[in-house]
Design a binder for this molecule. Structure first.
Ligand SMILES: [Zn+2]
Length: 249
């Protein structure tokens, strides 16, 4: 990071000097690019299948080039193995569901990859996935319980300074808001939570969280039920921040 800033500063100085002598201005030197974060996006389902999967794939692919990541979207569970995971920086379970047919070696490879320093991102029904795989539960942070509120709700940002937060201010949106079998607070750092008063409830309802997993980083975001959420710039900025944070070591 520091090296990048020095290079940037030198490039700026050099550009200034050159433009002083040549008013038309030469093309600024190209900066060395940081390698793009490779995201393996799994949208396989063994239970409920969200209509928003197509929008999820389309939006992330569209965001990728300008945000220095690449998306390899797949429904092929065979991509989850030691060789496949060695080619990726971040594994994203987006709108997955049910008991995905991953073999014991595939499961071990997934957990080992994150433990060894890769990133994991779970979106929406990623917590409604692999209930019979407790290590996955630890990775994603909690298991889905129910969705009592499908309506407009207000989302509170608990820690806008966290690099994975992606948003600074509270916002309202129409979503299917989840509750979880147990509250992950204490095991994870909660980044965003539901404002219970906005749905006429009381209690603590974390929606987005981040935690270390061995040498890797894991992130979960409960939003994403509707295609409109994926097209919402406030959700997109959270996804970009999550990819950057989980994809850095
Ligand atoms: Zn949903």
């Amino acid at each position: 990071m520091r090296q990048a800033s020095v290079v940037l500063a030198l490039a700026f100085l050099s550009a200034c000097r050159q433009s002083a002598s040549t008013p038309a201005g030469p093309t600024p030197p190209t900066l060395p690019a940081t390698p793009a974060i490779r995201v393996l996006m799994l949208t396989a389902t063994a239970g409920f299948r969200h209509d928003s999967i197509a929008a999820a794939r389309e939006v992330l692919s569209a965001l990728a080039p300008a945000n220095n990541f690449s998306i390899s979207a797949t429904e092929d569970l065979n991509r989850i193995n030691a060789a496949g995971l060695s080619e990726t920086d971040v594994v994203m379970f987006a709108l997955t569901s049910g008991e995905l047919a991953l073999s014991a070696p595939q499961r071990a490879a997934l957990i080992a990859a994150i433990n060894d320093g890769k990133g994991f991102i779970g979106i929406h029904s990623a917590t409604d996935t692999l209930y019979e795989f407790p290590d996955y539960g630890r990775l994603v942070g909690a298991y889905f319980k129910e969705h009592p509120w499908t309506q407009v709700g207000r989302v509170i940002v608990e820690d806008p300074s966290h690099p994975a937060a992606g948003v600074r201010d509270a916002f309202s949106l129409e979503e299917e808001f989840y509750t979880f079998r147990d509250n992950p607070r204490g095991r994870v750092q909660v980044l965003l939570r539901l404002d219970p008063a906005s749905v006429g409830a009381i209690g603590d309802y974390p929606l987005v969280w981040a935690h270390a997993f061995g040498n890797g980083r894991a992130y979960y975001n409960a939003l994403g039920h509707f295609a409109a959420t994926w097209r919402d710039q406030r959700f997109q900025s959270q996804l970009i921040a999550a990819i950057r944070w989980t994809g850095s070591r």
